[in-house]
Design a protein around this ligand. Sequence first.
Ligand SMILES: [Zn+2]
Length: 291
Amino acid sequence: MSSPIAYQAPAINRKKVGDMTVTMLSDGYLDVSFELLNGIDAAKAEALLEKRGAPALPRMNINVYVVHTGNRTILIDSGAGGINGWGGRLQVALAAAGIDPLDIDTILLTHGHPDHIGGLAGPLQTPLFPNVQQLFVHEKELGFWRDDSIYTSAPDGFRPFFEVARNAFNAYGDKLVPFRQEAILPGIQTVPLFGHTPGHTGFLLEDGSDSLLIWGDIVHFPHIQLARPDVTIAFDSDPAQAASTRGQVLDRVVSDKLSITGMHFNLPTAGSVQRDGNAYVLNYDLWSPAV
Ligand SMILES: [Zn+2]
């Protein structure tokens, strides 16, 4: 007899950054294949995961963040919304965290891939966070997904990604705020991390001496790509730039002793990076009962 419980309980984890509270939530996961990785074979990829005590599966967790500041409730990315059976647990996780989707007034997007934007809108451009007043997205990112010549020349398998992104962007219409530069909101700086997509962006939260870098998709398989920052993934729009951006941000994170978190960390938590020869090691923060 199979277990009557088919789903993990909602995963929620909180962290303070000065006066800001960051709620880290799991949207679930998506299964891919190590074949998507370039620069490493499956056996080596599995060995790197096993070395760090992680399951040797090509499974990418999907995390989402809600930041409560003094006067805003900010959603950062939205998970996959269940598209293709990917993720889709954000609404359940928000409910478990006591966060009403109607209270979200601001959205920050790292980039327009479906596992980040799929949870923003239902069919027919229906916003799932209808009280949002501003949706910040890098102008290069918005331009890429809305470019008709790129869309029409995209491979058949990639075109549905455009439809998901366009549906979400259109759902928020005049609430879109394309940005270019660094500081968008008090305590929140954008960090250009181009390469994975043309406008891929991280968000650096700072309050006093406290900080947290939410680095989007700098890694899809954290333990593999910290040990081997040169390993890229088929979703990278410019793999060479993605790898060089990863190298630069890892160097900065170690030098500045930044706390970091990402949409594909193995669990919704933050962590720290240490140098390991020419490579890096990621250590996840433990869950704490106190915020
Ligand atoms: Zn992603």
